[in-house]
Design a protein around this ligand. Structure first.
Ligand code: HEC
Length: 108
C-alpha cells in the first residue's frame, strides 16, 4: 500500500469514528422536540393523565437518570414501541432545555 492510500484510509477511519462518537454522545435535540410532541404530549399535556411534562419539569441529571434507569417502570408501552434512536433524541431535547440548563424551555 502506498502512502496516499494509507492517508486516505486514515481519513476514512477518522471520519467514521467521529460520526460514531457523535451518535453515542447525543441525540438530535431539534428532532427530539417533534418526537416528544408526537409520542409523549398526548399523555403529558396540560391536564392529561400522565400530568403535564415539559423540559423544565426536571434537571439535566434527572432526565438522564430517567432515560437510563426508570423507563421500564413507565406505564404503557411507549418506551418499547419508540425506537432507541428516537428516545435518544427526546432525551437530548429534554436535557438541553431542563430547568438547570443554559436554555430552559417550558414549551414542548
Ligand atoms: C399512554 C400515556 C403516556 C404516554 C404516551 C407517555 N406517558 Fe409518561 N406517564 C404516563 C403516566 C400515566 C405516568 C404516571 C403519572 C403519575 O405517576 O402520576 C407517566 C409518568 C411519566 C414520568 C414521571 C415518572 C417518574 O418516575 O416520576 C416521566 C418522566 C414520563 N412519564 C415521561 C414520558 C415521556 C418522555 C414520554 C414519551 C416518550 C411519555 N412519558 C409518554 C403516561 C404516558
Amino acid at each position: 500500500m502506498n502512502w496516499k492510500k494509507l492517508l486516505l484510509l486514515g481519513l476514512v477511519l477518522t471520519a467514521f469514528t467521529a460520526t460514531n462518537l457523535w451518535a453515542v454522545e447525543g441525540g438530535n435535540s431539534r428532532k427530539g422536540k417533534a418526537l416528544f410532541k408526537k409520542n409523549c404530549k398526548s399523555c403529558h399535556g396540560v391536564g392529561s393523565e400522565g400530568g403535564e411534562l415539559t423540559p423544565t419539569t426536571n434537571t439535566m441529571k434527572q432526565w438522564d437518570r430517567f432515560f437510563e434507569k426508570n423507563t421500564d417502570k413507565h406505564p404503557g408501552d411507549v418506551f418499547k414501541t419508540v425506537s432507541e434512536k428516537d428516545l435518544q433524541d427526546i432525551n437530548q431535547f429534554l436535557y438541553d432545555h431542563a430547568k438547570d440548563s443554559p436554555a430552559p424551555a417550558t414549551c414542548g
